[in-house]
Design a protein around this ligand. Structure first.
Ligand code: PLP
Length: 465
């Protein structure tokens, strides 16, 4: 039986003009164009109408409901976003939380360059048009020993490299490396988009040098190696050493390309991370082209770096896609500054690297102090437990960093879910982990200057039922 439409409720809805006459609308009109406000009013009335028709019934005060709805839209539109959040999850390179926080030098470089004019494509010495990729080229070459260019991100880097080298040809990839990086991003899809065909070799767990050798044919344009950064296969596994693969590629006059993912440029062994290959290791092993992200272990802005043989890098630069995938001045300023931090050994100035190096003992002191503050001041049952932080961003899946966690046990009034939800609703929002109905706070990824904000958010989260 079709439900009858509640005409009385529909008739009770205000008209656009009714709403525009109100005090609230006059306030919105002071800072928003009339068409925008009218559009918001229409949309809000439309939502009430749909909800009535869908059987939701009318509001007791439809005018107030419509006004409340518009106020929410106005707040959303005028709030700057992406918003700062406090990351208490312990995931250092959290893709959903913007990956690497920038260094002070990178932030200074952005603010000095972006609010004024800058030498983005201007050669100041020559007084004429310059090249945008000159800004990071020399630093990258100094650090990596090979020419390099930067594009929008690592996915763009792989796309450009494959399009240039293997368009209308074949690329050989091991079945053990056909990975999905995240959010549906899969290597075979990138290959397809770059108009290269995939030749899969080997088995999921093992690929031999011979598998690559026998797959090489007249249409093979590249060998592709992928750093399987976000998972590990254990047990009966194996793949050729990079140097062996490089030797095979050289003998066949086919370039060997490696997608390194994280692109580690600094030694992470002080933080106990030994599994992450250095970019220079790959180049020294004979890889012709490497690609990696700017905002993973490099600790800089979103970017994709392509480094390798001079003739190949020159080809990537000439490919029309390079223009389409190019980076802007904000990125170049931040990347250049981050590379200076790396070159001058100021790795503790790069937040991602500094956070990775915090020891469990350092964190234990902070966690104990914070837990005491909580138990003294708020309605929490907090203690300190051992745990693990993770690098994230698809790096070193098996290697975790020992940390000390502040663990909040549920109280009679509040479950862990309630606290987690209230923390997300605070300003700035706080992102935490939940395990076994306890809220876990990892101070490794909370900057010391954020501890008061975190404390305030927790106190108010406990107050809200
Ligand atoms: C993260 C990652 C990518 C994607 O890099 P973006 O900079 O996010 O585009 C590609 N390959 C590997 C192996 C990765 O780890």
């Amino acid at each position: 039986m079709p439900r009858s439409i509640p005409h009385a409720d529909l008739r009770a809805l205000p008209s656009v003009d009714d709403v525009l006459q109100r005090e609230a609308a006059r306030k919105w009109l002071e800072f928003l164009p009339r068409e925008t406000v009218t559009g918001l009013v229409r949309a809000a009335i439309g939502r009430q109408r749909s909800s009535i028709i869908a059987g939701g019934g009318g509001e007791t005060n439809p005018l107030h409901a419509v006004e409340g709805d518009i106020a929410k839209s106005v707040n959303r539109l005028l709030r700057s976003t992406p918003r700062r959040v406090i990351n208490a999850s312990g995931v250092i390179l959290h893709t959903n939380l913007g990956r690497a926080p920038l260094s002070a030098r990178a932030l200074r470089a952005i603010s000095e360059t972006a609010g004024k004019y800058c030498s983005l494509e201007y050669d100041i010495e020559q007084g004429k048009r310059g090249k945008r990729d000159a800004h990071c080229g020399e630093l990258l070459e100094t650090l990596l020993g090979r020419p390099a260019i930067a594009v929008n991100n690592n996915a763009a880097a792989i796309f450009l490299v494959l399009n240039e080298l293997a368009r209308d040809g074949h690329v050989i990839v091991s079945r053990g490396e056909l990975v999905e990086i995240g959010d549906g991003f899969r290597i075979p899809d990138i290959l397809g988009a770059s108009q290269a065909s995939l030749t899969e070799v080997g088995a999921t767990n093992r690929t031999h040098l011979e598998d690559y050798r026998s797959a090489i044919g007249p249409r093979t344009k590249a060998l592709l190696r992928i750093h399987t950064s976000n998972f590990r296969m254990v047990g009966f596994t194996g793949r050729p050493a990079l140097a062996e693969l490089a030797e095979l590629a050289r003998a066949a006059s086919i370039p060997l390309v490696e997608d390194l993912g994280s692109g580690c440029m600094a030694d992470l062994s002080p933080s106990g991370i030994v599994e992450e290959p250095l970019v220079t290791d790959s180049l020294e092993a004979g890889v012709n082209v490497v690609t990696f992200s700017g905002d993973k272990l490099l600790g800089g802005p979103q970017a994709g770096i392509i480094a390798g043989d001079a003739d190949l890098v020159a080809r990537f630069r000439r490919n029309p896609l390079f223009r389409a995938l190019r980076v802007g001045k904000l990125t170049l300023a931040a990347l250049n500054a981050t590379l200076i931090d790396i070159l001058t050994g100021n790795e503790s100035g790069i937040p991602a690297l500094r956070l990775a190096r915090l020891s469990r003992d350092d964190l234990n002191v902070r966690a104990a102090r914070f837990a005491n503050r909580l138990t003294a001041n708020a309605e929490f049952d907090a203690d300190v437990v051992d745990g693990e932080s993770v690098l994230g961003g698809g790096s070193t899946p098996m290697q975790c960093l020992p940390t000390a966690l502040v663990a909040l046990s549920p109280t009679a009034a509040l479950s862990a879910r309630d606290v987690e939800r209230n923390l997300r609703a605070s300003d700035p929002p706080v992102i935490v982990r939940i395990e076994k109905d306890r809220v876990l706070l990892d101070l490794r990824t909370v900057f010391e200057t954020e501890e008061d904000d975190l404390f305030a958010a927790l106190c108010s989260a406990a107050g809200k039922r």
